[in-house]
Design a protein around this ligand. Structure first.
Ligand SMILES: [Mn+2]
Length: 423
């Protein structure tokens, strides 16, 4: 299914007058909003190819109709999200779940939907059919060189797929670790991982980046080889200038001060990628902003400050939604996540940075808190709607999605029992 411009324009028609009134009111209160509207209208977040189907848990998976059953259909679904939000113009591919059989045809398909390929993702956390060696006891860290070689070769192959599609980066997340004390020699596992990563790094084209994602626990519950940002940072530093740390919001122990980590990494130009989701307890992969919107806003405060004050030359992070959709229609869930991300971003852009710095220098704690909370408490829905409108997107994407009856159209096209590859 493809959504055309006439459908969106027709949907917007009824909402236009009220929207313009809201915008006038908001501008009267907050002054010139042009810069913020422009920043939001230029902002895009990659959608991972595994996010378009029903997500599973350890206990079950409940499908819904019309899931995309091949890569072309996944691109079409991202095309729908992008047509409505104008904020999702990239796809992040997972190999081997979504191996492009004909790279040129897939590239053309993406181009026709005005999409491009963001970071590639390798997978050495599962065994694939016909695989010679098992990753049961790790991949890049494994005690057996044969297993490490196989995992390195897989990552190199993922880079090659990405080159063919025009991607410019590889994200490595490892499930490697141990479940029991004594199972793994921490230092040997670290050194093996570094040596394997060096081989992968050597295969990177000169204009590519390597993102190293960390996670404190799960699937291993005693130790993870790349457990935290410090370990990721050490590995990236040892690899070289093209390697960066990737922050996934769900990959932290409860109550970790993630905004502080973001600021620290940006001090050294080491923040390369960012995975959005939300959680109540662990790596819950819930819709972005559904549990801790204030934390997300504080993270964006650091991102905005870091991007505006950037002597360490951080790249613009590779943004991606990394959530799972067990209950909601994934397309609606992704649209909600995009809105939550842009809400936090727009609110962070409203912060009066000069006044905040002044308050900090005066140690005026009360004023500093007020500046943040005033920005957080501003309703920025209208800013987001205006940003979408200027790109010919929908004023209210979820309502547009429902009024166009997208899910039922997809069910008619693909049937009730189609399933997407992924976890
Ligand atoms: Mn992630």
């Amino acid at each position: 299914m493809e959504i055309n411009q006439e459908q969106i324009t027709a949907f917007n028609k009824d909402l236009l007058v009220e929207h313009k009134e809201n915008l006038t009111q908001l501008s009267r209160k907050h002054g010139n909003l042009e810069d913020i509207i422009n920043t939001i209208s230029n902002y895009n977040i990659a959608i991972p190819s595994w996010a378009l189907g029903a997500g599973g848990t350890r206990f079950g998976k409940f499908g819904f109709g019309g899931e995309p059953s091949n890569l072309e259909q996944k691109l079409e679904d991202i095309g729908v999200i992008n047509a409505l939000t104008k904020s999702a113009n990239a796809v992040s591919l997972h190999i081997p779940w979504d191996i492009p059989k004909d790279a040129n045809a897939i590239k053309e398909k993406a181009k026709s939907l005005r999409l491009h390929f963001d970071a590639m993702n390798s997978n050495t956390f599962q065994d694939q059919e016909n695989q010679e060696y098992s990753y049961k006891f790790g991949s890049l860290c494994h005690t057996d060189k044969n297993v490490r070689d196989q995992a390195v070769a897989h990552n190199k192959a993922v880079i090659d797929y990405g080159v063919a599609l025009g991607s410019k980066s590889l994200t490595v997340w490892l499930a490697d670790g141990s479940n029991f004390p004594g199972q793994l020699n921490f230092r040997r596992a670290f050194e093996n991982t570094l040596a394997s990563l060096k081989e992968i790094y050597a295969h990177l084209p000169a204009d590519w980046k390597l993102f190293i994602e960390y996670k404190p626990y799960e699937p291993n519950f005693y130790s993870m080889v790349i457990q935290d940002w410090g370990t990721s940072h050490m590995l990236a530093k040892d690899l070289g200038k093209q390697a960066y740390t990737l922050v996934d919001l769900g990959h932290h122990l409860p109550n970790t001060n993630i905004e502080h980590i973001v600021a620290t990494l940006m001090t050294r130009g080491m923040l390369g990628g960012f995975h959005f989701n939300d959680s109540k307890y662990g790596d819950d992969d819930l819709s972005v902003g559904v549990m801790k919107p204030y934390q997300l806003f504080l993270i964006f405060n650091e991102l905005v400050f870091g991007m505006e004050n950037n002597p360490a030359n951080n790249p613009i992070p590779a943004w991606m939604i990394d959530a799972s959709h067990n209950l909601k229609d994934p397309l609606e869930d992704l649209i909600q996540s995009i809105e939550a991300i842009e809400t936090a971003y727009a609110k962070a852009l409203l912060i009066d940075q000069k006044a905040l710095e002044e308050a900090q220098l005066q140690n005026d704690v009360v004023t500093a808190q007020r500046i943040l909370q005033d920005a957080f408490n501003t309703d920025v829905k209208t800013i987001l709607a205006e940003a979408r409108l200027r790109n010919n997107g929908a004023i209210d994407p979820i309502s547009a999605y429902r009024s166009l009856d997208v899910r039922n159209v997809l069910i008619k096209e693909r049937g009730m029992n189609s399933t997407a590859t992924g976890l």
